[in-house]
Design a binder for this molecule. Sequence first.
Ligand SMILES: Cc1cc2nc3c(=O)[nH]c(=O)nc-3n(C[C@H](O)[C@H](O)[C@H](O)COP(=O)(O)OP(=O)(O)OC[C@H]3O[C@@H](n4cnc5c(N)ncnc54)[C@H](O)[C@@H]3O)c2cc1C
Length: 391
Amino acid sequence: MMDFELAPELRMLRDAVRRFVERELLPLEPRYANEADIPAEIRSRLQEKAKELGFWAFDLPPEVGGGGIGAVGMCVVFEELAKCNVPSFRAPTVLTPYLGPVLFHCNREQKEKYLLPVARGEKRTCFALTEPGAGSDPAAMRTTARADGDHFIINGAKVFITGADKADFVQVFARTMDGDRDLGISCFLVDKGTPGLQLGQSFELMSPDRPWELLFDNVRVAASQLVGEVGKGWDLAREFLDMGRLIHGPKSIGRAQRALDLAIAYANTRHTFGQPLAKRQAIQWMIADSLVELHAARSMVFHAAWKVDQGQDYHLEASAVKLYADEMLIRVVDRAIQIHGGLGLSRELPLELMYRDARSRTITEGSSEMQRMIISAGALSGRYGANRFEA
Ligand SMILES: Cc1cc2nc3c(=O)[nH]c(=O)nc-3n(C[C@H](O)[C@H](O)[C@H](O)COP(=O)(O)OP(=O)(O)OC[C@H]3O[C@@H](n4cnc5c(N)ncnc54)[C@H](O)[C@@H]3O)c2cc1C
């Protein structure tokens, strides 16, 4: 049996979130769309409202106070949130802390100190894997964590870390063993304010995101700050990246849907040579291509999310979703700008921002080339088989 219908409760949630986006978030867009974040007081007000409406932490499991709506539900909500260009909704932290899977590996003490406060929206965190010499190839990392009695001493530098400026603690990956690219990596939770941990420069990008450099100079952390086991950090990073890549999907389809809606509305109203643009085949084909690609991406997203909810491996699907949905978004926004002519380039419309923002998506959380490497490695080794995506 195959069912493409959204469950009635998910449809209701989607409609309610859509209204929240229209009433609460879109009015903030003209003021904050080009900022790296919204002011703390606006964020708190929106978080309170989200809690009142029962949206808060919709994606987290009930054990940590979340809505437990599963991966399909999460994708439905993220798609709606992505239609808005208010900064927090590029990483939609007003409705959810979006923990990422690493913190679910916390032990009991760590859970009280880190996982639960983040789930309640009281603390913020960031994920620090990338280094100046280790982006696509994180196993080349040079940050070290040397054991020193019942402590570790961390030294190194991380770059492009989203939210490092606002984080109360850092999930940092460091090398605990020389030589072994896979087994030599461990993950630590490091509190802001720990001596030797410093915020470095921020990176000004073409999108409004402002990721940060983090410097570790003899940062001494207790062994109790280790997440999971020594040498198993790589599994945690992969888990985080798989989920992050899946979530690129709904964010890209939400953005693309908005761009397409704008393009359709404009094509129907703008007249040239005595007729609406919508009467021209050149325009019709752009609309058709965008619609079909958007539909393909959405189908891939929900298939991958369904696999997550079934407890199935979705490593390959996450890469396929990220690759296709992010590249699709660039094409769809590009066509929407083309249809709008000069207006599409102007700051009167959100399209130019969406274009700048879309461009970064095929690089963050693993570039398109890395996703193609993962997918082809899976197919060519026979590990997944060429018919992996068969029903
Ligand atoms: C806005 C933003 C936010 C980010 N947030 C975070 C964060 O929160 N935490 C974090 O840890 N990191 C973060 N990153 C870092 C991001 O994950 C890396 O930028 C990304 O993985 C690419 O690494 P790189 O920039 O070092 O490029 P490189 O690895 O130097 O690659 C350069 C180019 O070469 C290509 N390439 C590399 N190797 C190969 C190969 N073998 N075959 C073919 N092509 C190849 C790549 O695809 C890319 O196009 C962020 C980056 C950005 C831009």
